[in-house]
Every structure is written in C-alpha cells, then in structure tokens.
Design a protein around this ligand. Structure first.
Ligand code: GRG
Length: 328
C-alpha cells in the first residue's frame, strides 16, 4: 500500500543521525561479550528483522552481510517448518513471520523449506478462525496477522480459512471502534494494527463501515499527547513504538493527516541517541533496536525525506512489497 499524505511535510535532513543509526544497528551483533546480548537471545530473529528493516529504510540495505543473514535464518528452521528465535529454540509464529520477512527483503525465500512453513502455519489455525502462536496454544489477533502475512508472502493464503480469520478479527471490534486481542478485550493500538493489517492484506477493509472507520481513526488520533508523542491507549504514557502501531493504522484508514505530523516528528527525533545512534522509547532512555525500527517507520510514514517508504500493512519497505505483490 502506498501512502500519500495530504499534509506537505518538510524536514531538515541534518536532524536525523542516519550514519549513527546504521552503525548502531551494525554494532548489535558484535556485542557477544555483553550480558545483555545473551539475555536477548530469545528475540534474536525478531531483532534481525527489526535491524534489517531499519537499514532498508535508512537506504543501507547491505549493511548486514546477506549470506550470514540467510544462514542464520536457515539455522532457526525446525523440521515442522516453523522458526525459533535462535537455533534450538522452539518454533513460534512470531519468529516464523520474521524469518519469512527477512528472506523476502533479501530476495531469498527459496533458501528455506517454505512448503513446510505453510503446513506449520496452517496447522495453527483453530475452528473459530483465530491462530495459536505455537503448539502451546496462546491464541489472539497478533497470531492471525502473523499467520496470514506469512502465508500471503508465500502466496499460500489458500492453505487456511481466510473468511473465518476475518470473521474472528471483526468479532474483536469494540464499541469505541478499536480492536483487542480477543472478542471483548480492551482496545489497544497494537492490536488495532494487527486487525487492520489482516483486513488490508485480505482486501476486506470495506467490511468496516465508513462510520466505523471514522470512529476508529478518531480514537487513534486521540492517542496524540500535548508533547506530540503517541500512546497506545487512553491514560497511558507516550512511546516511540506507537509511532508505528498508531500511524500505520491511520495510514491504512487513509487518515494520517488526522494527527499533527510536525509535532510528532519533533517528538520522535528527540528520542534519538545523538552520540551512539538508535532510538529509545522516550527521550533520555536507553536505545534498542525495537524502538529504533518503529521510530524510523513512523518517520517514513509521514514522508521524512531521505528515508525509503515503508508499507503500513506489512512493515517492510514498499520496494519489497512491490516486488512480492506488484504495485497496488
Ligand atoms: C510485523 C510489525 C510486525 C508485527 C508482527 C507481534 C505483532 C505482529 C504485533 C504486535 C502488536 C502489539 C500488541 C504491539 C504493542 C506492543 C507494546 C508496546 C505493548 C505494550 O503494552 P503495555 O500494556 O503498554 O505494556 P501500554 O503502552 O499500553 O502501557
């Protein structure tokens, strides 16, 4: 999905420390003598996806070595077809999507057994249409999105019951227009992203009425706080990652201009580490790759000059989704 915001947005390129962000991401895999590196092993494959997406948006897609990246992804695949976060970790849908997204970005989907991946993902759909995250059974809208996006990239949505999956997502919509993890659960912008993502990638957004889409966009616009930052739900603190979950949702609804983009950009930029690179959840806190990618995705969605365009449905560069799905 390509987004053009009706708000003309101008930026000063010097305010975004592009080279420092690239260096920060490259440094992440060289910190094997640090305790924190080993504490985050359970997120390694997600971390590679976040870092690689950020590097694509920063116009430096080869800053991570392609062959090593592919070999690492391969080493995380189980005979079941699913992927773990690290070799010898259990398979889970969250890592399986990251693996397939990484391979899609480096154009190497044929490096792994994708037929087995389709069988793994399809086996996690339940009679209600929801997906479980793994064999242990936690079920919610995050896994409907991760399952369906994985299959969409592999061009195998036919392997599951898409109508039932869409029905489950629609049943998660609340009286305030938002969506939660399961029917009746509190609206949260992270879940709104996953639900709108499912509706978008299955071409079902029109299953929401115009009034309901407007109500939802209004709820999302209210996530902007006086300092310009966005929170994930009412009465909560702002966090840079909502520059993705909220903005991508508004983009899917065609309502990016319902927030003050200049104010948001100023707030996102204040969360950079100007010395080491990377973004924190809030100004002055420690940076990490999760907040770094979603800060850059937010800047990309509002059209920050010099960044590559991100696809609000797939959270990958538009260059990749165009190659996969053709221009929309
Ligand atoms: C491909 C981008 C992409 C995602 C894959 C896993 C997933 C699909 C989506 C997750 C959506 C989600 C639930 C995002 C929210 C993450 C987050 C910051 C949760 C924090 O929740 P709380 O309750 O924070 O700790 P608040 O801000 O509500 O206090």
């Amino acid at each position: 999905m390509s987004i053009s915001s009706p708000v003309a947005f101008t930026n000063n390129p010097d305010e975004l420390f592009v080279k420092k962000h690239v260096k920060y991401i490259q440094s992440l895999d060289t910190r094997k003598d640090e305790f924190e590196y080993w504490l985050t092993e359970h997120l390694r494959l997600n971390g590679v996806y976040w870092g690689l997406t950020a590097l694509h948006l920063l116009n430096d897609p080869t800053a991570l070595p392609r062959d090593e990246t592919i070999n690492f992804v391969k080493s995380c695949q189980h005979p079941s077809g699913g992927f773990g976060a690290h070799p010898d970790h259990d398979a889970h849908l969250l890592y399986t999507l990251s693996a397939i997204q990484i391979l899609a970005m480096v154009d190497a989907l044929d490096a792994v057994d994708t037929a087995a991946t389709v069988t793994y993902v399809a086996g996690l759909q339940k009679p209600s249409g929801v997906f479980a995250g793994d064999e242990w059974g936690e079920e919610d809208t995050r896994f409907v999105y991760t399952g369906l996006q994985t299959l969409k990239i592999l061009d195998r949505l036919d392997a599951v019951d898409v109508e039932k999956a869409v029905g489950f997502v629609l049943a998660c919509q609340n009286y305030d227009g938002g969506f939660g993890v399961v029917p009746g659960a509190e609206s949260h912008s992270g879940q709104i992203f996953t639900c709108l993502g499912v509706l978008s990638l299955t071409n079902s957004l029109d299953r929401l009425s115009t009034a309901s889409r407007d109500q939802l966009a209004g709820w999302l616009a209210q996530r902007q706080l006086p300092n310009g930052g966005l929170n994930g739900r009412p009465e909560k603190l702002e966090d840079v990652c909502y520059s993705w979950w909220v903005l991508s949702s508004l983009a899917m609804l065609g309502k990016l201009h319902w927030i003050d983009q200049n104010k948001l950009v100023g707030w996102i930029l204040s969360c950079q580490d100007e010395v080491r690179g990377g973004f924190a959840d809030r100004k002055g806190n420690a940076v990490d790759v999760f907040h770094t990618v979603f800060a850059l995705c937010g800047l990309s969605l509002v059209g920050w000059g010099g960044l590559k365009e991100v696809d609000p449905v797939y959270c990958m560069p538009v260059e990749t989704t165009k190659r996969l799905f053709g221009s929309k």
